[in-house]
Design a protein around this ligand. Structure first.
Ligand code: G4P
Length: 549
């Protein structure tokens, strides 16, 4: 081999190992919790500990001071003080880069919730120490469980009177069928919360309070037999707790964690910053780095293959000053560089990537390069849909994004028929973004489409956006439909005209059948065995109340 060729080969090898190394530094995760458990506070403290925020004085929690949170992007969110859209934050911690995908905190589900959770490698389940597992936590947990997403548990608000720690562990185990394995164990509780015993490192970590939790809380490590622990009543009690845990073999097992069967548990207080550093350490040490993504034929695309990404969310109007539309994509392989021309798989269109963002704290910033596990936002990504593949050099097609089974259906009618054109383009856009799924009744078409959603808040978002963005106010009318099934063209003649059954067409040309109840679905399948009625994804997993069905 000539010197030139050897040099090129070496450069190539160097380039590939760099991609693998960069991927290994990434941790991509989400926080799942019930509203008020402390997700926003914890997010802010993550930014504080990473050095992105120099003081904890609310960048993320600024909403309480009247400013919008980093993830607020629509007026209705601000009015309600809730966040219904998702953003991505990237921040460094130790020698890693952490990508935190923000799941909506509201009690209503939207497709976004599922989509975001489908793009994470792990979830931090934040529980309020006084409340334990609450309904929204359970629902989000169920979505994670469907994909065997590893879960790290953070029992928050330990600085306040809460429940007995064993009682909380018992609830996790019996309610979620997930084995809780404490990595840290609290010493004291409420105002006497002084630190934690770290079972893996075998040390006592004493915390110090800082004013308003606005700087990193200093930690002092002591050996497990240090007088600070053993000669102290609370310490001795905590040691007894640890002995009990050891006695029942609650030992951390990485394989079982990665399979989603076991959850390492951390105790702390996001408000006082106690335990936040340990939790971040756990994310770095325990959460797996991005694995290769499998394509439509189940073949994994190697991490160091040429750049490919997977669109998991499309969002409009993230910035009030610019009417824009961002496609969020997760890098699956290779190195992304700003300015690169990438191919949008489904349309085969070449797209230049001059405008690319990541979100850091409150601010969007331009990304110059990204690696597997990172999430980037492509601005003005017209025609992009969740599930789409983008790539360079080696084409790839991902498995389609599951169509999540809607359980809520409403008929939309434009109030001013003179605005019909605006209405049509509005519903096409909302459909494409997955804000609602737009279903057309054959022969009625766009006059009175049916909006389908997994949570009722989606209707409100759709209505507000049709009015404010498209100048097409609508009225939404209730329907009696509650269950959808997929069908095929051959089954249509048999289904049409059946009582309590509505055939509808989706924008991709496929057909769904709407029913008033699961009972009616069963009746029709029994009466018409030749008719195709397929369950939609997540239908089997959770119903609208989050129960397994
Ligand atoms: P969320 O995003 O999950 O909805 O919860 P968020 O962080 O907004 O926290 C909800 C409330 O719980 C806030 O109080 C917050 O300060 C408080 N909180 C969060 N973590 C802790 C903790 O570790 N200990 C204690 N004691 N409280 C915690 P708030 O009254 O709504 O707001 P504020 O007036 O305190 O800012």
């Amino acid at each position: 081999m000539g010197t030139g060729a050897r040099w090129l080969l070496n450069a190539q090898l160097q380039f590939m190992s760099n991609i693998i190394e960069e991927a290994e530094r990434r941790r991509t995760f989400a926080i799942i919790s019930h509203p008020d458990a402390g997700k926003t506070t914890l997010t802010e403290k993550f930014l504080l500990y990473s050095g992105v925020l120099t003081s904890g004085a609310g960048s993320v929690t600024a909403r309480r001071g009247g400013r919008s949170t980093s993830s607020d992007w629509m007026e209705i969110e601000q009015k309600r003080g809730i966040s219904i859209s998702s953003t991505v934050m990237r921040f460094p911690y130790r020698d890693c880069l952490l990508n935190l995908l923000d799941t909506p905190g509201h009690k209503d589900f939207s497709e976004d919730t599922f989509r975001v959770l489908a793009a994470t490698d792990a979830a931090i389940m934040v529980l309020d120490a006084a409340k334990g597992i609450e309904p929204q936590t359970r629902r989000l947990f169920e979505v994670c469980r469907e994909r065997d997403v590893p879960i790290v548990t953070f029992i928050n608000k330990w600085d306040r009177p809460g429940r007995d720690p064993f009682d909380l562990l018992d609830e996790i185990e019996s309610d979620l069928i997930l084995e809780p394995t404490p990595i840290t164990w609290p010493v004291g509780e409420s105002t006497s919360f002084a630190g934690v015993i770290d079972r893996i490192r075998g040390e006592y970590v004493e915390f110090s309070r800082v004013a308003h939790g606005s700087t990193i809380a200093p930690e002092q490590s002591h050996p497990i037999d240090a007088p600070e622990l053993v000669d102290n009543e609370l310490g001795a009690e905590a040691l007894e707790g640890v002995e009990l845990l050891d006695g029942v073999d609650r030992i951390f097992d990485r394989k079982r964690f990665e399979a989603g069967d076991l959850s390492p548990v951390f105790f702390g207080s996001a408000l006082t910053n106690f335990g936040v550093g340990r939790l971040l350490d756990a994310i770095v040490d325990l959460v797996p780095s991005p694995p290769p993504r499998t394509d439509i034929d189940d073949v994994p695309r190697p991490i160091d293959a040429p750049f490919a990404g997977h669109v998991f969310k499309v969002q409009a109007n993230t910035d009030k000053n610019h009417r824009d539309r961002i496609a969020f994509l997760r890098v699956a392989s290779g190195r992304f560089e700003r300015g690169m021309t990438i191919t949008h798989g489904p349309s085969q269109r070449q797209v230049t990537t001059k405008y690319v963002h990541s979100v850091q704290g409150q601010d969007r910033e331009t990304v110059d390069e990204a690696f597997p596990g990172d999430v980037i936002g492509l601005v003005n990504a017209n025609g992009f849909r969740p599930g789409d593949a983008v790539y360079v050099d080696e084409p790839v097609e991902w498995r389609p994004m599951p169509a999540f089974a809607p359980t809520h259906f409403m008929v939309a009618r434009v109030l001013d028929t003179g605005k019909f054109k605006q209405f049509r383009s509005g519903i096409a856009q909302l459909d494409e973004e997955g804000v609602v799924q737009v279903l057309r009744v054959p022969d009625v078409g766009d006059q009175a489409p049916i909006f389908a959603a997994v949570g009722p808040l989606q209707f409100e978002v759709a209505r507000t956006r049709l009015e404010s963005e498209f100048n097409a106010p609508v009225e939404l009318g209730g329907t009696s439909w509650s269950v959808a099934r997929a069908t095929d063209e051959a089954s249509l003649p048999e289904l049409r005209g059946l009582r309590g059954v509505q055939v509808v067409e989706r924008s991709d040309g496929s057909y769904w059948v709407l029913f008033e109840s699961a009972f009616r679905v069963r009746q029709v399948s029994e009466d018409k065995p030749d008719v195709t009625l397929e369950r939609l994804m997540a239908d089997e997993a959770v119903d609208s109340f989050g129960r397994r069905v």
